[in-house]
Design a protein around this ligand. Sequence first.
Ligand SMILES: Nc1ncnc2c1ncn2[C@@H]1O[C@H](COP(=O)(O)OP(=O)(O)OP(=O)(O)O)[C@@H](O)[C@H]1O
Ligand SMILES: [Mg+2]
Length: 277
Amino acid sequence: MKTIAVANQKGGVGKTTTSVNLAAALAALGQRILLVDLDPQGNATSALLASPASINDVGAEVTERRSLYHAIVGDTPATELILATRFKNLSTIPATLEMAGAEAEVARLDDHNKQIRKALGAIREQNQFDYAILDCPPSLGVLMTNALVAADELLVPIQCEYYALEGLGLLMQVMNLLREGGDNPDLTIAGLVLTMYDSRTNLNQAVQKDVRDHFQEVVFDAVIPRSVRFGEAPSFGRTIFEHDPAGQGAAAYSALASEFLKRQLANMRFIPPSVSG
Ligand SMILES: Nc1ncnc2c1ncn2[C@@H]1O[C@H](COP(=O)(O)OP(=O)(O)OP(=O)(O)O)[C@@H](O)[C@H]1O
Ligand SMILES: [Mg+2]
């Protein structure tokens, strides 16, 4: 099992949308996927699991829902937290409200940056999944640092907006500190993906050019277009493949999944480059 953290400390850049739809696309391609929701907001969880309000017959399962928090701070084996979703090949460890307290509580533990890595160890051993995808919260807090220590590779969504590159330097710096400091010497980047791209605006085109000039082949060819369909899908608890299967958004995430797998097969990954200016 390879662990991929979908991370960018900037809020609202498409981390959760990318985690959910890439997970669904990879599962559809036959990869065995575990999506771990690390964000107390629980948006990935809502997309993959029916909410208690909308579906009555899973009510029992919902009350028992436990998050990775229960493996980190509690002593539940992470293997017992895994829930099936309505998708073949796609399971999840949901987020629960307790996750919000995890930041402070994990910080107090010994070896506090290695807690998620430790918790996922039991799952890694079982060889039940090809990929674990970690949907990270925004902010470079304890949970996100834990995700970076647990990850083999990082997938970084970048919104095609003016301040797109802002904060990426810090993210790369943190990655390099974890590599050099020995907390995760093998951490690499699977790729950067441009999200919410609107080809009609000059700004979006300029940002895309900037990011590609700077990061070159690290940037996936697949670009996720801006589409109102992405905004609608979560309110129905759907992936883009359910909400707008014939649309450009679904096609873009399918393309991203194929490109991701192609890179994986070619063992193509990147050392975090430095970002200056
Ligand atoms: N390609 C897109 N086109 C239009 N809207 C999008 C697109 N991708 C995501 N969105 C919308 O933008 C908002 C932010 O997306 P998302 O929740 O995936 O970002 P995030 O990085 O996970 O946010 P957070 O940092 O809060 O966790 C959501 O309302 C989502 O539906
Ligand atoms: Mg999110």
